[in-house]
Ligand binder design. Structure first.
Ligand code: AMP
Length: 284
């Protein structure tokens, strides 16, 4: 795996791939690589011969400075894991390489109400930051395939919208969420959980699975199921629950009734101590 720190260097490499007729896909990450990220690399390898990954902890998508400062960094191990998984190239830019003119006047995107619901309510500006970094990375890498994780469900929809807005013909592939045996969705932020907090965290998936079951078998209304889950999460030790919301899986509009005719997804964000976790599950 070749490591590139500048846009010019990786672009020269990618041009040489193109000249050899080799297509490539792209897996953007913020590092602290785990099995979830590696599944994205594998998915990408099924689509194209060359996988380019990136590691960049993007400051513009963090609305909470402490969350940014505490974001786990495990670079040496990341490089080892990505290479083992079959990445051909890793883009590892600095902040000034990504944003040479600083971060004050970066583009703003017309993302519509998709960006102001759920995560958008609790992390103002987060999706603008995601689009700033993904847009810039795609301009540099210009892949044929972009692989994203379902773990960040709303982010997948936002990036889809970004591709529409920027007229990019890139094929998005969404890989399913990888979980620990306990059901806990793998996440770089799990590294910040103590053992007892990790046990509490497993209740997110348990409750999502309960919701899926209720959705398919009971006559409870979405808001009733949501309040049962919120109460349950707080009882087992979550510090706060930002949202648990059953939504239309395409528009992300909250569902008021249990109608089996629309595809539904349950999305959740909850905090244990200082660590905020998100997860989701398709209900049908
Ligand atoms: P991150 O490094 O957290 O920004 O994530 C980089 C990519 O990996 C995103 O597309 C995430 O959705 C994806 N990802 C993170 N965790 C998982 C997981 N547990 N399973 C599948 N994909 C994941």
């Amino acid at each position: 795996m070749i490591i590139f720190k500048t846009a010019t260097a990786i672009q020269a490499y990618l041009i040489s791939c193109k000249l050899k007729g080799q297509t490539y896909g792209f897996v953007p990450t913020m590092g602290a690589i785990h099995e979830g990220h590696l599944t994205l690399v594998q998915k990408c390898r099924q689509e194209v011969p060359i996988v380019v990954a990136s590691i960049f902890v993007n400051p513009t998508q963090f609305n909470d400075a402490a969350d940014y400062e505490k974001y786990p960094i495990t670079l040496e191990q990341d490089i080892f894991l990505l290479e083992q998984a079959g990445c051909s190239a890793l883009f590892l830019p600095t902040i000034s390489e990504m944003y040479p003119k600083g971060i004050a006047n970066l583009p703003q995107y017309s993302l519509g109400n998709m960006a102001t619901m759920l995560e958008g309510v609790h992390r103002p500006g987060h999706f603008q930051g995601v689009c700033q970094v993904v847009d810039k990375l795609l301009q540099i890498i210009n892949p044929e395939v972009l692989v994203l994780g379902q773990k960040d469900y709303q982010q997948c929809m936002i990036i889809n919208k970004l591709l529409e807005l920027t007229n990019k013909k890139i094929n998005i592939v969404i890989a399913p969420t990888q979980r620990e045996e306990s059901g806990l969705a793998m996440s770089s932020r799990n590294l910040r959980l103590s053992d007892s907090q990790k046990t509490i965290a497993t209740h997110i998936y348990r409750n999502l699975a309960w919701l899926r079951n209720q959705w398919n078998t009971s006559s409870l209304l979405p808001h009733q199921m949501e309040s049962i889950v919120t109460k349950q999460l707080l009882e087992v030790g979550f510090t706060s629950v930002d949202y648990i919301s059953i939504c239309n899986a395409i528009t992300l509009q909250p569902l008021a009734t249990n109608s089996q005719s629309v595809r539904a997804v349950a999305l959740v964000a909850a905090t244990i101590g200082e660590v905020r976790l998100i997860d989701n599950l398709l209900l049908d």
